[in-house]
Design a protein around this ligand. Structure first.
Ligand SMILES: Cc1cc2nc3c(=O)[nH]c(=O)nc-3n(C[C@H](O)[C@H](O)[C@H](O)COP(=O)(O)OP(=O)(O)OC[C@H]3O[C@@H](n4cnc5c(N)ncnc54)[C@H](O)[C@@H]3O)c2cc1C
Length: 380
């Protein structure tokens, strides 16, 4: 067993860390206030090649694995969780399944544009009546001659407003066929019939785009199918194994930002004639935050390592997501408490971190769903 990162992994992590420190930390509050990502930041991420981290070199990316992506995501999310989720969804929920399950033509057309960030990606699974129970989705895909015709409404689509291409999961079988009747389609956003519906106003990660995607008689060539007909749910779930590692890394990044903010404040703020960090009650909070973050990071790295070896990591990814997201919320709560009244205002970033941490327990499978996945595997 070796806990040491390779020299390349350390370089990549350090590059992301200095980018986050130099470009994201000071802008995160403004992005949150304006509910919009900073275009200059996105362009710099293109220069650094971050959009194409896991895209194979043959298509213009770095060809790196889930572990390197997790290292980068922790750093980016430590700086700005809105930027972090945009990057995570782009790499894990669009780039990865396209590369794994897509045809050579689909890969050649889209991966080079995804690698540079010229085009952002999105993942459309959730519907108004199909959230945790994604297998009950109703968006339909009917084969008409040499075309697929899609109709339906997708909700809560991350990058919905900013993406250029998305994977849409739609029903090609009967309603009774449940998960077995679902197929995956690659849909360019400028296809006639595709439109962006409501832009959601959110509690946290406000600068990231979350929208409805409306599909009204969207005609696609037969080649738009990803994988085989009826394979969509398998693709969606396999994709989420990778995505959950990304969200778990996001949670570690947010939690670390909370810990660092708490330590800084505890050393500066004086009460009863001394820094509050001298009080054991505060020290214990910091010890617990630090320990839980270490454990969460190990779970993230283990799941990423397994996935990079080509091994199934459904349980490990769910465990990393479950524990890291709870840890992010624990750290956000403790950090806010350490800041006292000031933490409840926008004078300090912990107020935003507290809001940002919350989503990590909801998207890509809520906490209860991770528990179902884990217990199913453990009890089998
Ligand atoms: C900001 C944001 C971004 C998102 N981005 C995307 C995206 O890019 N693409 C996409 O497809 N989706 C996206 N989602 C959707 C997200 O994955 C869902 O919100 C999530 O899966 C939960 O579904 P739901 O909101 O319908 O909650 P529900 O399924 O209605 O669940 C409500 C509550 O009931 C619990 N629950 C449900 N079933 C069970 C059960 N069997 N046992 C115990 N408890 C249960 C849940 O844990 C939850 O606490 C996003 C959501 C948000 C808020």
């Amino acid at each position: 067993m070796d806990f040491q990162l390779t020299e390349q992994q350390q370089l990549i992590r350090d590059m992301a860390r200095s980018f986050a420190e130099g470009e994201l930390v000071q802008r995160a509050a403004r992005m949150d206030r304006e509910s919009a990502l900073d275009r200059e930041v996105l362009a710099k991420m293109s220069e650094l090649g971050l959009w194409g981290l896991t895209v194979p070199e043959a298509y213009g990316g770095f060809g790196l694995g889930n572990l390197e992506l997790a290292l980068v995501l922790e750093e980016i999310n430590r700086g700005c969780a809105s930027t972090g989720v945009t990057l995570s969804v782009h790499n894990s929920l669009l780039g990865a399944p396209l590369n794994k399950w897509g045809s050579e033509e689909q890969r050649r057309t889209w991966l080079p544009k995804l690698a540079t960030g010229e085009v952002l990606g999105a993942y459309c699974l959730t519907e108004p009546n199909a959230g945790s129970d994604a297998g009950s989705l109703r968006t339909s895909a009917k084969r008409v001659g040499e075309q697929w015709v899609l109709n339906g409404t997708k909700v809560w689509v991350t990058n919905g407003g900013t993406c250029g291409v998305m994977i849409v999961y739609a029903r090609t079988g009967t309603a009774e066929s449940r998960a077995k009747g679902i197929s995956a389609f690659l849909v360019p956003k400028d296809t006639p019939g595709v439109s962006v519906g409501k832009h959601e106003l959110k509690c946290g990660i406000r600068a990231s785009s979350t929208t409805e995607i409306l599909l009204d008689n969207v005609r696609l060539p037969l080649s738009a199918l990803i994988g085989k007909e009826g394979e969509g749910f398998t693709i969606a779930m396999d994709t989420l194994d990778g995505g959950r590692i990304g969200i778990a890394a996001q949670a570690v990044g947010i939690g670390r930002a909370c810990l660092e903010a708490a330590i800084k404040y505890a050393k500066e703020r004086e009460q009863f004639g001394q820094p509050i960090g001298n009080f054991q009650a505060i020290q214990w909070k910091i010890a617990d935050m630090s320990t839980r973050l270490d454990a969460a990071r190990l779970l993230v790295h283990k799941a990423a390592w397994l996935r990079d070896r080509g091994e199934r990591c459904t349980r490990e990814a769910a465990a990393a997501k479950l524990y890291a997201s709870q840890t992010a919320n624990f750290c956000a709560d403790e950090a806010l408490q350490i800041h006292g009244g000031a933490g409840y205002t926008d004078h300090f970033q912990v107020e935003r971190l507290f809001r940002d941490a919350r989503i990590t327990e909801i998207y890509e499978g809520a906490t209860d769903i991770q528990r179902i996945v884990i217990s199913r595997a453990v009890m089998a």
